[in-house]
Design a binder for this molecule. Structure first.
Ligand SMILES: Cc1cc2nc3c(=O)[nH]c(=O)nc-3n(C[C@H](O)[C@H](O)[C@H](O)COP(=O)(O)O)c2cc1C
Length: 605
């Protein structure tokens, strides 16, 4: 449990007859990283001679944790029990099993439990909808989930989520579980490393005092219902007055049909020597040919950099398929961070991602990665000199050019950094004439140039960077706002589609810049426009300040202010009536459960 699962808490639970769990990611933090986890395990050994475990959570968090290092520490410290939780546990389960550990995998759906069973997990912790922390997206309560688990699983399981009493312990055993996993109830114990005011709030709370955040990001978390959580929920909802995103992979808007439906654009394409929208796709393909035998996503890739590809919260890159206009997902490998608003570029059979900002991370990142479409492998480039999100990246003449974006303090960046793909080195170019947040860029091979486009509050600025001189010149600005549109270049026509426009503007319009005449023209009302439904993913950055881990830690350990952070707790909060020691709590739960099994159930025979 984040900010709860320290050695003292784990030892108190183990000494009381439970299996205390240290939370690896809470402890293995900079500057000591995995060594801090080693210290915590050793400390726990001094506090208890009973068994305890370590939790490894594989959910999206900021800086990618050093999972290999964490597992290595567990092996070296001869930890006997590990609890895994979250996505893609296969590697960690295997590493732990190979080292002889007992692996409990915690999950929220029986089909995930069956997968973990196949992967070699020894036990499942079935987390129902009522649990604190992450209940998943399927909303199945324990009453049904446990019954299903007992029908389908062949390995033992414990009931997790919603438990605070011995009655529930007896019920869980009756449902086929071997025991229970409890989080929320332990927060209101004497030993919990949480300041008294929060514990007092928990004693007063009702079962209805929790809510869900991050639902629209598909990373639902059940938290205490307070004003900060309410603000985060409302910021993640779609607001009809906000600019609309026209081209977004989740909308499955079809690129080719959209262009075909845009009669005013077609003459321009003809003028550019392109016969039809289908030919446009072919042009893009031939500009960067990819072997036909490659999988679908690879064939889709030639326009990825032009159209849109980005890592989103669900750890996916989205690629459009040229053959049928649908979107496909390129799953990121395990351990790949979920950097929101990174830039992605397609270049010579590779997709590059650079920068971004990570959930729960205060700043932006310098990370640059490369996906090889030919063999489906990921690799790391050396880190960019400047951390940034919302930047543009474009491949051109053997280089990856990274332009503008937002700095750590969210201010627009005017810096341009270029990665030489042959040398494997970054160099800094001369700066843009102005800072450009939310950039788009495209290469214009014939002119050995890249063109960058970015907004301020009135207009969309356009700059042309000469690859030989490494210098920028201004081109005429687009006379309106268009944030991060798709940007295509066809025979020196720059075509901008979608992105975010002011609510008063037509989001279906296509703006075209003729690089020879320096003129902008607008083809209005041409595109089929699909409005976003409510609860589509909002920008995580809009709520990052509200859900910072540091606020959470401060509420628990310093201020005791239950309103100023978003903190996990389950519906069992409403069952908490006092603040006992762990021993008192477990003793009375066991007595209560035994009484029910011996007397009440017996009397029903
Ligand atoms: C404050 C808090 C922090 C938690 N942090 C984590 C975590 O970091 N990793 C994890 O796998 N589960 C975490 N959980 C979930 C618990 O480990 C446990 O599965 C859950 O609390 C059980 O449901 P209950 O709270 O209804 O008892 C957390 C729960 C709470 C209440």
């Amino acid at each position: 449990m984040h900010f709860v699962g320290y050695a003292d808490m784990a030892a108190a639970v183990s000494n009381a007859g439970g299996l205390g769990i240290i939370t690896a990611l809470t402890v293995a933090q900079p500057p000591k990283g995995k060594e801090a986890l080693r210290d915590e395990i050793r400390k726990c050994r001094q506090l208890t001679d009973k068994p305890f475990g370590v939790n490894i959570t594989l959910l999206p968090v900021g800086v990618p944790p050093d999972f290999d290092g964490i597992v290595q520490v567990l092996i070296e410290e001869k930890v006997k029990v590990v609890e895994t939780a979250g996505r893609n546990p296969e590697k960690v389960i295997k590493q732990c099993k190979d080292a002889g550990m007992f692996v409990i995998h915690k999950c929220v759906a029986v089909r995930h439990a069956l997968t973990a069973q196949k992967m070699g997990a020894d036990m499942i912790s079935m987390d129902g909808f009522d649990c604190g922390g992450h209940p998943g997206e399927e909303d199945v309560g324990n009453w049904v989930l446990l019954a299903q688990a007992s029908q389908e699983l062949s390995i033992p399981f414990v009931a997790s989520g919603g438990t605070a009493t011995g009655v529930q312990l007896a019920a869980a055993l009756a449902m086929g579980a071997e025991g229970i996993n409890m989080g929320t109830r332990f927060m209101a114990t004497k030993e919990a490393p949480i300041v008294q005011p929060i514990k007092d709030v928990m004693v007063k709370a009702k079962v209805t005092d929790t809510t869900h955040v991050f639902r629209s990001l598909k990373n639902t978390e059940r938290v205490y219902k307070n004003k900060t959580a309410a603000e985060a929920v409302s910021l993640l909802m779609d607001d009809p007055s906000k600019p609309k995103v026209l081209i977004h992979p989740n909308d499955e808007l079809q690129f080719i049909p959209m262009l075909t439906a845009c009669p005013e654009l077609l003459p321009l394409l003809h003028a550019a020597g392109v016969a039809s929208a289908a030919a446009l796709a072919a042009t893009c393909s031939s500009a960067a040919p990819v072997h036909a035998a490659l999988p679908k996503v690879a064939r889709a890739a030639p326009i990825t950099g032009v159209l849109l590809a980005r890592a989103d919260y669900a750890q996916l890159l989205h690629c459009p398929d040229l053959s049928d206009g649908t979107w496909h997902e390129v799953p990121l490998p395990q351990g790949m961070p979920t950097y929101l608003s990174c830039a992605a570029a397609f270049y010579r059979d590779h997709i590059y991602t650079v920068g971004g900002g990570a959930p729960y991370l205060d700043g932006k990142v310098v990370r640059a990665t490369c996906y090889n479409l030919r063999d489906g492998t990921w690799s790391e480039l050396s880190p960019m000199p400047t951390a940034r999100s919302h930047c543009a990246a474009v491949g051109c003449c053997g280089r990856l050019v990274v332009i503008g974006g937002k700095a750590d303090d969210d201010q627009p960046l005017d810096t341009v950094e270029v990665f030489d793909l042959a040398q494997g080195e970054w160099e800094c170019w001369s700066c843009l004439p102005m800072g450009l947040s939310c950039c788009s860029a495209v290469s214009v091979h014939r002119l050995h140039s890249v063109v960058a486009l970015g907004c301020d509050d009135q207009r969309t600025h356009l700059f042309c960077g000469d690859l030989a001189a490494k210098e920028w010149r201004s081109l005429p600005a687009m006379p309106r706002e268009r944030w991060q549109p798709a940007l295509l270049e066809l025979a020196e026509y720059l075509i901008t589609i979608g992105g975010m426009v002011h609510p008063d503007e037509d989001i279906g319009a296509v703006d075209v810049f003729d690089m020879r005449t320096g003129q902008w023209t607008s083809a209005n009302h041409g595109l089929h426009v699909q409005k976003l439904e409510s609860e589509k993913p909002g920008d995580f950055f809009a709520i990052a300040h509200l859900v910072k881990g540091e606020n959470y830690r401060k509420s628990f350990q310093e201020t005791g202010d239950s309103e100023s952070s978003v903190w996990s707790c389950g519906q069992s909060i409403g069952l908490i009536k006092d603040i006992p020691t762990c021993q008192e709590l477990l003793d009375r739960m066991v007595v209560e459960a035994e009484d029910i099994i011996r007397n009440r159930l017996q009397s029903k025979l």
